[in-house]
Ligand binder design. Structure first.
Ligand code: BMA
Length: 842
């Protein structure tokens, strides 16, 4: 699917300047090929002039790059007729970040915002034949450090010394280092750059709005024109098609340089978030023509017909914070997205699609594009539109005070926000614009200073009717603007512990040391961040550490170097000891941190789903990684699913059967779903000894309404628990729905894993059939096997299930896809089927 670009009809000349340029350091010491689009770090890596910054502690050896000024230059030819055009513009989709553009020695413009698109008039500088272009990049690190000397703004204590000025520069904030990633401050022409010569009317930009009613959906197309002076009777032909079939069209005259037309789609196919319906997309084509029908310009947009609403209404718990799509309220299930690599040009082809596809595979319906990253690419939003992933879109501000009273900063950001909202306002997936990440929680005080800014400095810029709120109202009027995440609208605006309203960043476990079970005492209206760290698997860590140099220890200097969350590893070990026995070697420690992470986030997510409709969203921190290292992600840097991602697939399943211990040996059974009708079926349960023998069992017909918010059944096991002891039994449940949809299963342990009387389960592979995309592996255990996972030292597996509990005597078949062709022998020989006890002892 091509991006939604205004493509100039054949009346414009376009010269793509992408490709190989030459790259020089200002001091002339470095002179090498430079790729455009790209960045300096990628070019130095390609030339072998810097070591891989992700390997061991090489990050330290590349810091000089971010403190160096660079210049990209090349020559290009244009024919004489280019000079006959009224307007010849250099169209730069992205300059990172502080750039000066010189054509044939003539200064043509400067840029100071990596998030903006820049257009420079180069008509006067151009000559027929060979031309030269140079783009000079000033070091963002040096600039920002100098800037805070001149114009100090309070910076945050946790920022690295060279990152203290990051708030002054409109650049991916997390490039200055974050608690999950390295400091790599790039420079470069990071998006397409082209020369465009035109002197006929253009569609400057296109806005698409929609109004839903009984009659259907009215699609309104608005577009200011440029270069239209001297042209009368400009007409526009607009066509809306669905799978090539025309569903609406019109032919209108543009007035005073503005195209404004409405088209009715009578039988609209609505676009739904993933899991609620399909994602039909319509093509909108807008042609700008002269009175004889000659086409001056064409623009195309892909739209989904849907209405989003953020429902904030008073209720018994305070004020709701729930999203509605097409009038249907839904529980937002998802994660926070960070850039897929600190060096964008290193993102492998297809990685964005596989990460977002993996989110939907894990039953997610929402992604938050977090404010310390970037406004993502057209490809990203194309895929979200296609897959039904709703996008909570932050403006790019995170965890620092910003110079929000500086006029040039305000105007620079206003242009950035206008471009971002105009670029994305037709997107089916965008459901909310959010002003910033955590400024109100972390960076506010009555008086500015010490990492804080004042409300006087903050509100005019970020508040509902502040500068950003106004930009959204004007350029994306059908999308809600939310000033900050998290934010309260009842009580003290920044009291994140107040669960009556707004969204919450529920960090009590990771950042405040609460026990994992503490999550069950919480019921935020919407949890837009929470999580726990886990290390990547051994294969991933092995790519960036050297075991022969003793790196293979959680607290080795090299592994500590990768831990960016201060005492993060200590935090992991603290909670690990709260729940599990200590692992016996580095490899199993890595796996056990994934099990702990999964258990933590699962506890939160399943509890909050049971709290619906009081709680109506859970977006865990974070989906993906920027490099191989410990983080809160569920998918590691190489795209491998950590235990958390497999567990989230179960916890976010459309129907969730879950069971929790209530008081005095009684357990509560919950059946949670968001369907529009009640779900009925047969529940069967068995209490077994961990050694496998059944102790007690039962069955019942149960019924659950959507977002039930309370148990559907209770089981009294007080006597059995007293007789057998909590540490030696487990409860297994199955739900068979009347409507023949998937059978659900759940289980409950009554003791923390470290105190459970688990014994060797004699877990074995009892069957392995090759299939089209891999193998069907059947495993069976004689006794209860907790936290069973499948892995392979040589290939990457994608399993239909993983990191699950297995009841003794109950075989389970896992469908395994492999990322490289393997014959049966090669696969089965090295396949590892492990379980919790393997982490404790050989
Ligand atoms: C929140 C996020 C990120 C951070 C995460 C983990 O603050 O907004 O800034 O990485 O917590 O600490």
């Amino acid at each position: 699917m091509t991006a939604n670009l205004t493509s100039h009809a054949d009346t414009a000349q376009v010269l793509d300047l992408g490709g190989t340029w030459s790259l020089r350091s200002k001091d002339g010491q470095y002179d090498l090929p430079g790729q455009v689009p790209g960045c300096v770090h990628a070019d130095l890596l390609a030339a072998g002039l810097v070591p891989d910054p992700y390997y061991r502690m090489n990050e330290h050896q590349v810091q000089w790059v971010g403190k160096t000024d660079w210049v990209y230059e090349r020559v290009f030819d244009v024919s004489k007729d280019w000079l006959s055009y009224n307007c010849v513009a250099l169209d730069c989709e992205g300059l990172d970040t502080l750039a000066r553009v010189v054509v044939n020695g003539e200064e043509c413009g400067a840029a100071n915002n990596m998030f903006r698109r820049w257009r420079f008039d180069v008509r006067q500088a151009l000559v027929a034949g060979e031309n030269s272009i140079q783009v000079f990049f000033e070091s963002s690190v040096n600039y920002s450090l100098e800037k805070i000397k001149q114009a100090p703004i309070p910076h945050v204590f946790w920022d690295l010394p060279d990152a203290k000025g990051r708030a002054w520069i409109r650049k991916q904030q997390s490039q200055f280092g974050w608690d999950w990633g390295p400091m790599i401050v790039t420079s470069g022409i990071h998006a397409p750059i082209r020369l465009v010569a035109l002197d006929t009317p253009r569609l400057e930009r296109v806005g698409v709005r929609q109004q839903h009613s009984q009659k259907g959906v009215v699609v309104r197309v608005e577009a200011p024109l440029s270069q239209f002076e001297g042209y009368s009777a400009l007409r526009s032909k607009i066509k809306i098609t669905r799978l090539g079939m025309e569903v609406a069209s019109c032919d209108v005259e543009s007035k005073d340089g503005v195209l404004d037309a409405e088209l009715l789609i009578e039988q609209p196919e609505l676009w739904w978030p993933a899991g609620m319906g399909e994602q039909p997309l319509y093509d909108v084509e807008i042609e700008l023509r002269d009175e004889l029908g000659g086409v001056f310009d064409v623009a195309r947009r892909h739209i989904g017909l849907r209405e989003f609403k953020l429902v904030r209404e008073a209720d018994e718990w305070g004020e709701s914070f729930a999203f509605e799509a097409n009038g249907r309220r839904f529980f937002a299930k998802g994660a926070n997205w960070i850039p897929a690599d600190v060096i964008p040009s290193r993102i492998p082809k297809g990685r964005i699609r596989s990460l977002l596809g993996d989110a939907v595979d894990a039953n997610m319906n929402m992604i938050r594009v977090w404010g310390g990253g970037v406004y993502e690419s057209e490809e990203f939003y194309d895929i979200c539109d296609e897959l039904g992933l709703c996008v909570w879109q932050d403006f790019m501000f995170a965890c620092a005070p910003y110079p929000t009273t500086d006029p040039s900063f305000i105007e620079n950001v206003r242009q950035e926000a206008i471009q971002a909202t105009q670029r994305l306002n037709h997107r089916a997936s965008i459901c909310l614009w959010c002003g910033n990440n955590e400024l109100e929680w972390l960076n506010m005080a009555d008086t500015p200073g010490n990492g804080k800014m004042s409300w006087e400095q903050y509100l005019p810029f970020f508040d509902f009717d502040g500068m950003l709120g106004t930009v959204v109202k004007e350029n994306a009027p059908d999308t809600t603007y939310w000033p900050c995440s998290p934010l309260k609208t009842i009580g003290d605006r920044i009291d994140v512990m107040d669960e009556r309203s707004g969204d919450n960043h529920v960090w009590g476990v990771w950042h405040s040391g609460e026990d994992i079970d503490w999550y069950r005492e919480t019921a935020p209206r919407f949890a837009s961040e929470f999580g726990f760290q886990g290390f990547p698997e051994p294969k991933t860590m092995a790519a960036v550490i050297d075991h022969s140099l003793g790196d293979g220890n959680l607290c080795s200097q090299v592994v500590d170097h990768r831990q960016r969350a201060g005492a993060g590893t200590g935090r992991i070990m603290y909670d690990l000891a709260r729940w599990f026995k200590l692992p016996h070697d580095f490899e199993h420690t890595l796996w056990l941190t994934q099990i702990l992470q999964s258990h933590c986030v699962q506890t939160a997510v399943e509890h909050w789903r049971r709290c619906a409709p009081r709680t109506m969203g859970a977006l865990y921190w974070q989906l993906n990684d920027v490099w191989p290292g410990p983080s809160w992600s569920s998918i590691d840097y190489y795209g491998r699913w950590k235990g958390l991602h497999y567990v989230m697939r179960r916890s976010f399943a459309p129907r969730l059967l879950s069971v929790v211990s209530a008081k005095d040996g009684v357990v509560e059974v919950h059946l949670t779903h968001e369907e529009s009708r009640w779900v009925k079926g047969r529940l069967t349960w068995t209490l077994t000894a961990l050694t496998g023998e059944a102790i007690k069992s039962g069955e019942a017909e149960i019924t659950a309404k959507p977002m039930m918010g309370r148990p559907v059944y209770w089981i009294d096991l007080a006597d059995q628990l007293a007789e057998y002891g909590k540490s030696s039994v487990a409860l297994w449940l199955e739900f068979e729905p009347e409507d023949a949809q998937d059978v659900l299963s759940a289980n409950l342990f009554f003791e923390r894993p470290k105190h459970m009387g688990l014994s060797n389960p004699e877990l074995a592979v009892v069957g392995c059939e090759a299939n089209k995309s891999g193998f069907d592996v059947t495993i069976k255990a004689e006794r209860c096997a907790a936290w069973v996972w499948l892995t392979h030292p040589e290939v990457d597996l994608r399993c239909s299930d993983n990191f699950f509990h297995l009841r003794g005597g109950q075989p389970k078949t896992v469908h395994v896809k492999v990322n490289q062709p393997l014959d049966h022998e090669q696969f089965i020989q090295k396949l590892e089927v492990k379980h919790l006890l393997n982490t404790y002892a050989n």
